[in-house]
Structures are given as C-alpha cells and as structure tokens.
Write a protein that binds this ligand. Structure first.
Ligand code: GTP
Length: 330
C-alpha cells in the first residue's frame, strides 16, 4: 500500500512528511489526553471543537491531513484509511464529551470503541511515520536515487530468489562517469552535482519499471536488472550509454557532454554478491582502460572453469587477467 509513494515522493518530501506527522501527532495526543482526563474526572469540556460533529476539521492533524490529501503525489490508500479512522475517532470523542457535558453516565461500550479506534488510528499513523523515516534513509539526496544500502537489500532479495528458483537470472551493471574529476576541476563542484542529478535522471528514465538503479558511491552507479540475460542486459545498458552520451547537460557554459563507462555481468549462483559486484567493477575498469564511454560485459557462465574465482576471494589482478580473456567489448 505504501510502496507507490516511493515513486512520487522524494527525499526532502519524506523528511517533511516525517516532521509533519510527528508534530501533528503531538497535538493529537494533547487532544486525546484532555478527553481521557475529562472522562476519568467527570469534568465537562464546553469547547466547540470537542463537541462538534466535524471535530476532525478543527484539529491540527485534520488540517494537515486535508492538505496532504489534496496533493496528487500523496494519493495513497494509507491516507484514506487514516482519514476514516481520524473522522471516526473525533465522532466518538465528541459523543463522549457531549454526553459528559449533559451529565449522563459514561457509556462503557462507546468508550471501549473510542479506545479501540484510538489504537487503530495510532497504528496506521505510526506505520506511515515508520515508512517515511525509513524512506529518508533509503535515498541519496543529490540524485534522489536509492543509496548503496537500499540497493544491497535488492541484491540480497534477487540472490535469494536465484537460490529458491532454479534458472532465475539477474544482471547487474556498474557505471562510472568519465573524467569527472576534470569536470569538477574545470566547472566547479556545484555543476558537478548537477551532472550527478542529470546522469541519474537519464539512467532512471532508460530502464524498465522493475529494474533499479542506485547511486553506489561518489560518481558510481549500480543497475540491477532482474530476469535479464547477459545478452539482454548488454543491449539495455548499451542503449543507456548511448542515451547519456547524446544527452548533454545544459549549463551557463553551454551544453556539456557527459559520458560514462559500464561493466556488465550477472549475479552468479556460485559466488556471493560481493564476488559479482567485483566482477562488474573489474569489467568497468576494463571499459575505462579501453578508452571510456564503453560497455564491457563479462558472462559469468563463461568463467565456470575458473571456479576458484567464486570459491575464494580473487584478487583484482587475478580477476582482471581472466576477465580480459573473456570479456566482450560492445
Ligand atoms: N561534484 C561532485 N563530485 C563528486 C561527488 N562524489 C565524488 N565526486 C568526484 O568524482 C571524482 C572522481 O574522480 P576519479 O575517481 O579520479 O575519476 P574520474 O576523474 O571520473 O576519471 P575516470 O573514472 O578514470 O574516467 C572526484 O573528483 C570526486 O571529488 C559528488 O557528490 N559531487
């Protein structure tokens, strides 16, 4: 229910959302405390906001929720659910206070239902809060892409899927912006940051919905392409490379060309994820060595006769030597 928000809400908005939820909840706690205290001490509350049938519109939380729900990007069933519980909570609260103000004895079943609605309301809001807080830690603020930690959980999931279901494949590709240091030195770090954003947006727009791309490090990106053979992944990544190299970034210095190099391989059933990442990295290194703005792919199945690469942790030199022999330069 909440995942769809990830596609529409970025890092800053998740931070704001978390802060808003926390402050709105704090005010709501005070409202609830006053009701509970009034009932416990049988002290009437003659304020309109406590007895009005539309009390949910009078509290800060309700106003905040109405604003959020008016925005298209926040269109999610979780807000409808919270809204319904919020309206219900206020209705029951106002019934209790109205009856108290009239001097009627406490309706125990109404109070029990009020407490139950309270519990459901806080559970739903806390679920949203937890999701927002976690989401702020999943994204890289510069590129708005997933960060290294998040993509690692996707890799772990894909690896698990491969272990469970034979014949499942998953390709990965490591990308690195070419001569980025020189770019920063010449045009400044701020434009460098804009390049990172630009590259992220080109990458993101060039992949399928169920593929992922993350900022893996400084100027390094990682693609995870589930269910793609090495051949399909190579075609896809080559298309991404071309798209980037033909999409210059607009700047005060005019349009500036940006290119990247790519190392493509698969998650391998015989080695751990780190081993596959290392293979992609060495393939990327090979693309740099062969002139940059290139894709180099390494089909893990061709390395099967070199099982020692999987069972022991190979050195970069060892890997490089073997990959040079088996890689395909596109
Ligand atoms: N603007 C900006 N620069 C960054 C960021 N993270 C890393 N970099 C820069 O990326 C550059 C990477 O430089 P190198 O590793 O030498 O690689 P390169 O210049 O891209 O050269 P090749 O990879 O060999 O093509 C360094 O200058 C880093 O400062 C960032 O968040 N913003």
């Amino acid at each position: 229910m909440l995942e769809s928000l990830l596609e529409r809400i970025d890092h800053e908005e998740f931070i704001l959302l978390s802060e808003d939820i926390k402050s709105s909840l704090a005010e709501h706690h005070i409202w609830l405390q006053r009701i509970n205290l009034a009932i416990a001490t049988r002290t009437p509350i003659k304020e309109h906001s406590f007895i009005a049938e539309d009390g949910h519109r009078h509290c800060h939380f309700g106003l905040w929720l109405a604003n959020i729900m008016a925005e298209e990007e926040f269109d999610s069933p979780i807000f409808d659910q919270i809204n319904q519980l919020h309206v219900k909570l206020h209705l029951k609260g106002s019934e209790l206070i109205y009856s108290l103000d009239l001097g009627h004895p406490l309706d125990e079943s109404l109070y029990a239902s009020f407490l139950d609605t309270q519990r459901q309301f806080f559970n739903a809001v806390l679920e949203l809060l937890e999701f927002s807080v976690i989401s702020t830690h999943q994204f890289d603020p510069t590129t708005k892409l997933m960060n290294r930690r998040s993509i690692h959980s996707i890799l772990a999931h894909e690896k698990q899927r491969m272990e469970k279901t034979k014949d499942t494949v998953c390709a990965i590709a490591m990308a690195d912006i070419d001569r980025f240091k020189a770019f920063n030195d010449r045009y400044g770090h701020d434009l460098g940051d804009k390049v990172l954003e630009h590259v992220a947006s080109v990458f993101n727009s060039a992949i399928r919905r169920y593929d992922s791309v993350a900022r893996f490090g400084g100027e390094e990106f990682l693609f995870v392409l589930p269910d793609m053979t090495i051949k399909d992944a190579t075609n896809t990544i080559e298309r991404v490379r071309k798209k980037l190299s033909t999409s210059p970034i607009e700047s005060e210095f005019g349009p500036l060309a940006v290119t990247a190099s790519f190392g493509i391989t698969q998650l391998c059933p015989h080695c751990n994820t780190e081993g596959s990442l290392k293979r992609a990295d060495v393939a990327l290194y090979e693309a740099k060595a062969r002139g940059r703005n290139l894709c180099v792919s390494v089909d893990a199945s061709k390395l099967l006769q070199h099982r020692e690469l999987c069972s022991v942790d190979p050195s970069e030199e060892q890997l490089q030597e073997i990959i040079q022999k088996y890689c395909e330069v596109i």
